[in-house]
Structure formats: structure tokens, C-alpha cells
Design a protein around this ligand. Sequence first.
Ligand SMILES: NC(=O)c1ccc[n+]([C@@H]2O[C@H](COP(=O)([O-])OP(=O)(O)OC[C@H]3O[C@@H](n4cnc5c(N)ncnc54)[C@H](O)[C@@H]3O)[C@@H](O)[C@H]2O)c1
Length: 452
Amino acid sequence: MAKDSLLPEHSTHRRDFLKMTAGVAVPWILPSSVFGAFAPSNRINVACIGTGNQGSGILKRFLENDDVQVVAVCDVNTASYGYRDESQYLGREPGRKTVDDHYAKKSGTAYKGCRTYIDFQEVLACDDVDAVTVVVPDQWHAIMTIAAAKAGKDIYCEKPLSLTIGQGRAMVEAVKKYDRILQTGSMERSNPLNRYVCKLVRDGKIGQVKRVFTNVGYNNKVGPGPGWKPMPVPEGFDYERWLGPAPKVPYHQDRCLYRFRFNYDYSGGQVTNYGAHSNDLAQWGLGMDESGPVEIEYIRAKWLPEGSLFNTALETEFLCRYANGVELICATNEKPVGVRFEGTEGMVESTAYGWQARSEPASLVESEFPGGKVKGDATSAHVRNFLDCVKSRQQPVAHAEIGHRSSSVCHLGNVAIRLGRNVKWDPVAERFPGDDEANEMLLRPMRGPWVL
Ligand SMILES: NC(=O)c1ccc[n+]([C@@H]2O[C@H](COP(=O)([O-])OP(=O)(O)OC[C@H]3O[C@@H](n4cnc5c(N)ncnc54)[C@H](O)[C@@H]3O)[C@@H](O)[C@H]2O)c1
């Protein structure tokens, strides 16, 4: 078990944050030229919580903006390989280096002012932090988001917004209660081609929508089978803090970095991982951003042998029926993540994460996007949308309710496939009517001291 080295480490880094000038410690101040025309009063100070596979990229997207100063990074892993690709060397220290190098280059100084933290609660206690990114495994999303909202921070929280439907609802209510801005990391909402496709559908350009197909990919990692042996916790990795509210279980590298998405204690498999994108587009096109289906049919699921470290579905298929009769079929297949809407007068589909679209008749898409293609970087635009909303206090394109409802579609599918049967859903009460077994799955017990 990793030792709790929080305070010594934190205070060390605190000293790093202070530059020694003639024996007097002063904080690193960046020249105003680094921020272009943005006065300090118009800048957003950001702390990035989670600097792994996705968090390291999101951090860079924030650094692209002159009206942002990334003041701190927080991660329970000091630094290591073993993320999505073996070549990725990520964690707290690489995150700090990215920030320091960025500002050193921009300011022409030897800037070393990015603070580092292991404990996100210390980040939230910082008065100089306006907004945080929450780019950590899903078992942490609700706890961190609610605590951040309470601490008065705006939040960029990755998809799937929640680990369970109950947690997602609590996140939405906290964001409302504390009047915070939350952007869900569903960056396909900031892609103009997707926006156009979903609007076509809502505007009735394919007639009355009958069916929607969404896809989720196969697992891209293989975990150990039954009888797997625990491993020693690597030095510099605070496993206890990584687990947080999840059950206390022996360490194995395939449980944690990147691979957490294949274990229900921390996530929901590819149904929530990829489904949070594809089902989000379906909800958008159907105009269901603040609602959801009323019935979920279990179609099929394939599982690994009992006792395998990965326990989420290997393959799955479920059908969500909306009150107006529209059917959404979500299935595992080889296709790139995307969505296909079929209506009485045509069809439109957006694939390859929304960089390509096709319609019947073809002119529906091609009149606006020749070749059905678009280029760009939706993530940068998505982060920019969040920053603009932090300033304007308008709702971002993937606000909390949207993120919650899109994640809910995935969670509903997981409930049906885990129970191996159909379930009814009341999208207003957010309950399974008369179904105690399914309602039990709306929340998961949290290991203390963590509570929702
Ligand atoms: N929007 C997208 O397209 C997209 C893509 C990939 C991942 N994601 C989402 O991002 C989140 C993270 O996924 P990932 O692939 O980056 O995982 P990852 O394992 O690569 O990175 C997560 C990081 O969080 C750190 N961490 C864990 N618990 C922490 C805690 N209590 N405090 C601080 N740091 C902690 C880990 O040490 C790790 O470095 C997930 O919710 C995932 O679904 C979104």
C-alpha cells in the first residue's frame, strides 16, 4: 500500500512555487505579455485534476487560451508509463512540466510556478483557483464535482458525467444550487458537423424519426482472467486515493491507469465510455436533452469468465424506447463511434467521431458540408465554450443536465444487460417504476470517509 506522503510532498512543491530572490521567497509572476490583452481581472485560473491519458490533453487545450492561467495540477500518480499506450509517460510531474515549460517558453523566463497536489481537496481550498478540470476515473466524478461546486469553482468534468444515475442527478443539483458552470467533456457537441446533423433531425428533414443506431467499440485492452495475482503498488502511486469511494481491493496494474473503464467499480465499460459520445448525439438529435427513454430492452451481452479483473460487458446490445415510439439501438461493433438516424423520409449518420457524415438524400448534408466532411479540433472549441461560459455565466453546450441525461442512457443500458432483462424507466422521477432490484442500481455504496 502506498504511504500517505501528502503533506511533505505538498509543502515541497509549495516551496517550488516560490522563487527565491535575494533570499526572499516571492511567487512566480508571469509577465502580462503572456496573457495578450487579458488583464488579471479577466483571466481564469485553472487547476487540472487528473493528468493521465485524457487529462494531459485537456490541460494542453486550456494552455492554448491566453485568458487562462493553469496554476496547479493534481494527480495521485507522481509519474509513470502504463496508460493507454506504453509510450505515454504521464501523471502529476509530467503535468507540472507541461505547464512550466509552456509558460517558460511564452515568457522567456525559467518559470517554475505550477503547483502540484495529491489531494484534490487542497486544490479546492485554494482561493486563487476559479475553475477545475475533473479528468479522473468515473468513481470520482460526483465527489469531486459536488465538492468543487460547493467550493465555488466552475467545472470541466469528463464524460461519462457520472458512475450511476443517482450520482449524476446529485451533480446536476449541486451545480444548480451553487450556481456553477459545468461543461461535460462530450466534445462532439462542439463539432459543427454534428451540430448540423442533429439539427437536421430535429427540424424534421428526414421526416418522422423511427430508429436510431448508436455504436460502442470493443474493449481495446485485455485484463487478467480468474486467479489473477495482486501486484505491489508502484512507488509514487497513491493507490488508496486512487480507489477513493470504491471497494478496497488488492492492487493490480490492469485495475488502474486507463484500464479502470473495464471494471464496474470504477466505470461502465465501453457502454459508458464510447456510449457517452454516441448516445449523447442520439439524445441531441431526438431533442431529448432533458429527458430519456421509457423502456429499455435487453438484447444480448457477452461476459468474461467470473473472477476476471475486467467485468464489464465484452459485447452488448440494448434497445431504448422513447415515449413517442422512437427506438434507439445501442450495440457493440467495429464501426467508429457514431450515430445513425432513420426517418420516414431519409437517413443521416455521423461517424468517425463526427468528422464524416452521410445522408439520404445526400444533398441534406452535402449542401452544407461538401463531401460530408469537416476538419478542426472539437476539443479546443469545447474548452473555449466552457471558458466563454465561465465569463458570461451562460450554459455551455454540454451542461450538467445534458451530460447527466446522456450518461443515463448508457447507465440504463448497463442496468438492463446486467439484470439480463427489460426494464421500464420514468425519466421524470428518474426511477424504475415498481422495480426494487433495478432501483437498487441507481446508486452504489461509497467507502468511507467518502459520501455523496
Ligand atoms: N472526452 C473523451 O473523449 C475522453 C477520452 C478519454 C477519457 N475520457 C474520460 O476521462 C476520464 C479519465 O480517463 P483517462 O483515460 O484519462 O484515465 P487515466 O487513467 O489515463 O487518467 C486518470 C488520471 O487520474 C488520476 N487520478 C485517479 N484518482 C485521482 C484522484 N483521486 N485525484 C487526482 N488524480 C486522480 C490517475 O492517477 C490518472 O493519472 C474518464 O472519465 C474517461 O471517461 C474522456
